[in-house]
Write a protein that binds this ligand. Structure first.
Ligand code: NI
Ligand code: MN
Length: 226
């Protein structure tokens, strides 16, 4: 599976020939200035919640593609009000798309949309495709609900967890999360974009390694083949 890191919490996946974009926040991220949202042509856009640092470039990208949003009911209704289309699901629900099954799982965070509209509850995603099963935590605190994830799906091949702290769990909590979800291969996100969420990459990698876990912290624009 081909994965590109677009900065902050944004990733681009190629799964079964479909392009899946997660939480696009590119034009507002000076660290991602080498990436042009106008070059992205996804088939689906997954949104974990309504905060600006997860939805900033959604409209730009919807205007230049035939992408459908997959998110919570409230977030999708908000975009439907602007003339776009999507799948407005809710926590605990799952649906099988062309690229695999997406299950919405709980996240402990908040979800106001950019104009102040109520965004419902934030979510994480468990994606089960032919190739891989993986978890995208979204913005969340460490929560015991993560222990449910291994009961709900095939063993996770990898997971994307926030590690920056302040708005979400930090990397030390993310180690507990990795243990809760029984997954040794982690990709970190939601760090370094803002002053409050700065991390020392080498220290984080070492902290995971000392606990028999692997964390990948790709450069923005870097691709991983997992
Ligand atoms: Ni957020
Ligand atoms: Mn965020």
């Amino acid at each position: 599976m081909h994965i590109s890191y677009l900065g902050h919490s944004s990733f681009l996946f190629k799964i079964n020939g479909k392009i899946i974009l997660v939480d696009p926040f590119i034009s507002g991220n000076p660290l991602a200035s080498d990436i042009n949202p106008k070059d992205i042509q996804p088939d689906y856009i997954l949104l974990t919640h309504g905060h600006g640092d997860h939805v900033l470039d959604v409209e730009t990208i919807l205007n230049q593609s035939n992408a459908k949003i997959i998110s919570t009911y409230e977030v999708v209704e908000w975009f439907k009000g602007k003339g776009y289309d999507g799948y407005g699901m809710n926590t605990g629900g799952a649906y099988t798309f062309e690229f695999g099954q997406v299950k919405l799982v709980s996240a402990v965070h908040s979800s106001m949309l950019p104009d102040g509209s109520y965004g419902g509850n934030p979510v994480g995603f468990v994606i089960e495709s032919e190739q891989h099963t993986f978890y995208i935590a979204g913005d969340t605190a460490l929560t015991l609900d993560m222990k449910l994830i291994p009961l709900l799906c095939a063993p996770l091949d990898f997971a994307i967890l926030p590690v920056g702290g302040y708005f979400t769990m930090d990397y030390k909590d993310a180690v507990h999360a990795a243990q809760f979800i029984e997954c040794k291969k982690i990709i970190g996100c939601h760090y370094n974009t803002f002053d409050f969420i700065k991390i020392n990459k080498a220290e984080v990698i070492e902290y995971f390694k000392a606990r028999d876990l692997e964390i990948m912290l790709p450069e923005i624009g870097e691709s991983l083949d997992l």
